[in-house]
Design a protein around this ligand. Structure first.
Ligand code: SAM
Length: 305
């Protein structure tokens, strides 16, 4: 058995398990205090997220951005955002175990950060309560496999993100399986400007054929700008995710054709990602902690062992 197998659901109903509160509660009990970062890590996400959330270098801190993180899990990302100046962060997850752990870990160190047990597909916030909503991995968990129930819950999650961030920004970090990307493209068609960019691979994901992408939906400034072409940037790389990059491009091209024939345009390249600090804790090295698509958990987890 590969390290970490015990954390993943056994049997056929993988998709169902990843949508169940019971599964996640037991996942966080088994995982204990150790953060589980589903994809990527702070040095790679930081430049993209800071740009997405509108934090200019040198701007006075703490930033005023009201940020909601959905399906926060026990990832370090919210704490890293907080320590980087985004103190107005609200986190939700439907796992009581996870939220209790995160409250215990962060209450004293990061007193302004809020942690709430809440179903992210039916949130109790007023519309436009946040300037930005961030998801890393929750949409992929709800839509791990293609199917009606995943589609329904994924659509509910995105509708809630869009409602809570009305007039603002929705940022989703996802492995962009085809059915997930199709839902994102549909949801953020009217009234949103959409850009998609590949996140540079962190060491835990060098060999993964599915790399994370940041999908950024910004509320359009005017009703006239309802269907701007989707911007896409994939990274030249060693080709480990060549098939994924080709699929993403194909779907974006057909979306842009439907939006009126706009080309797939690319935003200017970002600054090169910083090297991870030497002291940053390596992910176990035994386990490639990626969200396993298509029932391939054992296979994916075995990579790198
Ligand atoms: C793949 S993990 C991602 C965790 C974390 N965001 C990260 O990047 O490491 C999915 C998370 O979404 C949470 N989740 C799944 N469905 C949810 C729902 N309907 N409402 C709230 N949280 C949910 C799970 O409890 C889990 O913490």
């Amino acid at each position: 058995m590969a390290a970490g197998d015990e954390l993943l659901p056994a049997g056929e109903n993988l998709g169902e398990a990843f949508r169940s509160e019971e599964y996640w509660n037991s996942f966080f009990v088994k995982r204990g205090d150790k953060p589980f970062e589903w994809y990527s890590s702070w040095p790679f996400l930081r430049p993209l997220l800071r740009a997405a959330l509108g934090a200019a270098e040198g701007a006075p801190q703490p930033y005023t951005t009201r940020l909601l993180v959905v399906g926060c899990g026990n990832s370090d990302l919210s704490a890293q955002l907080y320590d980087d100046g985004f103190e107005n962060v609200t986190n939700v997850d439907f796992s009581k175990v996870c939220i209790a752990d995160m409250l215990r870990k962060n209450l004293r160190l990061r007193p302004r950060m809020k942690w709430l047990v809440m179903d992210a597909t039916a949130m109790k916030f007023d519309a436009a309560s946040f300037d930005a909503v961030l998801d890393k991995g929750a949409l992929d968990a709800l839509m791990g496999e293609e199917g009606e129930e995943g589609e329904r819950q994924g659509a509910a999650l995105l509708a809630e993100c869009a409602r809570c961030a009305a007039g603002g920004v929705v940022a989703v970090v996802s492995l962009l399986q085809d059915h997930v990307l199709r839902l994102l493209l549909r949801t953020f068609r009217a009234g949103w400007a959409l850009s998609i960019e590949q996140v540079p691979a962190s060491p835990d994901m060098f060999t993964s054929p599915l790399q994370p992408f940041l999908v950024l939906a910004r509320a359009a400034a005017s009703a006239a700008a309802t269907h701007p072409p989707v911007q896409l940037r994939t990274l030249p790389g060693v080709g480990v995710n060549a098939a994924q990059a080709r699929d993403v491009r194909r779907l974006v091209e057909s979306e842009n054709a439907a939006r009126g024939g706009g080309p797939v345009s690319s935003p200017p390249p970002p600054p090169p990602p910083p090297r991870p600090p030497a002291a940053s804790p390596p992910l176990t090295g035994k386990m490639v902690e990626v969200f396993p698509p298509h029932n391939a958990c054992a296979e994916v987890l075995a990579v790198g062992i």
